[in-house]
Design a protein around this ligand. Structure first.
Ligand SMILES: [Zn+2]
Length: 95
């Protein structure tokens, strides 16, 4: 797999494309494995390290059989009042 700077910790991480290039699956020695959408990846580059550290904590505690998906919530939904910049949820691993 190609190697790129990890969007969370900046260390070297292997990645592969998912979902026709709209998401990337990362495998990082520090942050373990996670999936990030391209829009979330761009936003992570502008995010404070404290936010990234909070997400790293979630990746490290991912339950077995699941993987963390990091994405930008839909800002157009009426319940998006708090305008969260990034969300991270566990989802079942695709086999
Ligand atoms: Zn990392």
């Amino acid at each position: 797999m190609p190697i790129q700077d990890c969007p969370l910790c900046g260390g070297p991480a292997a990645f592969s494309g998912h979902d026709y290039g709209r998401r990337k699956g990362y495998s990082c020695q520090n942050c373990t494995e996670f999936i990030v959408t391209l829009s979330a990846e761009a936003r992570l580059k502008e995010s404070m390290q404290s936010w990234k550290d909070a997400i790293i904590e979630k990746t490290k505690t991912t339950p077995g059989g699941q993987i963390l998906l990091i994405y930008v919530p839909d800002q157009h939904q009426p319940d998006a009042l708090n305008k969260k910049v990034l969300s991270a949820v566990y989802q079942p691993r695709e086999s």
